[in-house]
Design a protein around this ligand. Structure first.
Ligand SMILES: Nc1nc2c(ncn2[C@@H]2O[C@H](COP(=O)(O)OP(=O)(O)OP(=O)(O)O)[C@@H](O)[C@H]2O)c(=O)[nH]1
Length: 394
């Protein structure tokens, strides 16, 4: 029995996108496990696709009106044309006034508006068409209106959504379909309605698979773009983006934000004596040592060469100093000759140092790191005079 479950689980795992690491699968299920940068890029992509969809609908919605004029009686086509123009105006507004902000809740709002407009149009047109006895060609054209929920459900495929988000969106569309069925209860053709419901479920499944595989590619691409390939910690560019976001949050809530510049001491002799490979190994192990001592909300990035930066949100200078001393005490790894790796560290904090921008904060931490270097290395400097504190690694 257990081996059957193992077999099933391994078969299921082989269906998952190979671009993802096993600890990333959860990111396909729920959005709150996404990193800040992934959320930001996903939010931007979702809003851009909403605008693309809105453009398509804004152009195509009025065009169908020509067919309505040809087959429906005057009051009916006028009613439908009014709905079409209103929908078209809503799509144009969405296209003109909605711009990507990088905020996921803005993206959800854009998505909700995009789907709300055709859903309302569908319910309104369905109700209006239900009031008329349609025959032959007009009945065939009216049947075309029933395709709208299917188009919307299929449209979900163009967004990189998680499983949870797909379930929410698909449930809303199924509910809209159910409401439309309820509104035409008396004349409902049950076999065709049930068939429509089944088809909607099928499209929802296919759209969710397409949406999830897009998300998987996105997660892998973002990981490659934002991570330093040698150490796996954040790269310099993405680290700067994170710092800017953290800076904005800290300023908005008037909370502390600490930044530490960490430069490994005497790293060149490792390369010169033991080779570049040995140097790479030390860098990797050092990054792992630091990561294991940091909080999950802190960010470690490789600034370049043997320089790292730690961003500590919601942290004042004293807390940051204690955290850095703890990191050094636990160790930064060992050099190939067996001695402990040491570092010169510069610390700056938004509130204590009265800095005006994220760049200024980083620059101050860098200057203090240099001060720690020139004061004898293996120490932490958190003030601008030469109050460098020797750390206890060596
Ligand atoms: N193995 C390896 N070495 C690197 C990498 N990037 C930079 N380096 C080396 O890191 C060394 C940095 O040397 P320096 O800037 O002189 O610093 P240092 O020897 O640590 O001296 P201090 O910082 O003054 O204590 C250089 O030899 C670079 O070639 C890398 O990705 N892998």
């Amino acid at each position: 029995m257990l081996s059957l479950i193992d077999l099933l689980l391994s078969r299921l795992a082989s269906l998952l996108p190979s671009e993802l690491k096993s600890n990333e699968f959860i990111k396909l299920a729920v959005p709150h496990r996404h990193s800040m940068l992934l959320s930001q890029r996903r939010a931007t992509l979702i809003v851009n696709r909403v605008r693309m969809f809105a453009f398509l609908f804004a152009v195509l919605t009025p065009i169908w009106g020509i067919i309505d004029v040809m087959v429906f009686s005057y009051p009916l086509w006028l009613g439908l044309a009014t709905f079409r123009l209103l929908a078209c105006a809503a799509f144009v507004c969405l296209l003109l006034f909605y711009r990507p902000s990088g905020n996921l809740f803005d993206a959800y709002r854009a998505l909700a508006l995009l789907f709300a407009v055709p859903t309302l149009f569908y319910i309104a047109s369905h109700t209006l068409l239900g009031e008329y006895q349609l025959t032959q060609l007009s009945a065939v054209v009216a049947a075309g209106y029933a395709f709208l929920p299917f188009v919307l459900m299929a449209g979900l495929a163009i967004f990189p959504l998680t499983l949870l988000e797909n379930l929410v969106m698909a449930s809303v569309l199924l509910l809209a379909h159910a409401i439309a069925g309820y509104l035409s209860w008396a004349t409902l053709n049950w076999p065709s309605y049930a068939g429509g419901f089944w088809l909607l479920l099928l499209i929802a499944g296919v759209a969710a698979l397409a949406s999830l595989s897009q998300l998987a590619f996105m997660i892998a691409l973002v990981r490659q773009a934002i991570r330093d390939p040698l150490t796996g910690v954040f790269s310099r560019g993405s680290g700067q983006e994170i710092l800017t976001l953290q800076w904005d949050t800290a300023r908005r809530h008037d909370t502390g934000l600490a930044v530490a510049f960490i430069d490994l001491d005497h790293f060149k002799p490792i390369n010169d004596t033991y080779g570049h490979e040995a140097g790479d190994l030390v860098l990797r192990s050092c990054a792992q040592h630091m990561l294991s001592s940091l909080r999950s909300t802190d960010t470690l990035l490789r600034w370049g060469g043997e320089e790292f930066v730690v961003i500590m949100p919601d942290t004042d200078r004293e807390q940051a100093r204690l955290a850095l001393e703890r990191i050094v005490r636990r160790g930064l790894g060992v050099r190939p000759d067996g001695k402990a790796v040491t570092a010169s560290i510069g610390l700056a904090e938004r509130c204590t140092d009265f800095v005006e921008s994220a760049a200024e904060l980083l620059e101050l931490a860098d200057r203090r790191m240099y001060l720690a270097k020139t004061s004898g290395r293996n120490r932490l400097c958190f003030e601008s005079d030469d109050a460098a504190v020797e750390t206890s690694a060596a």
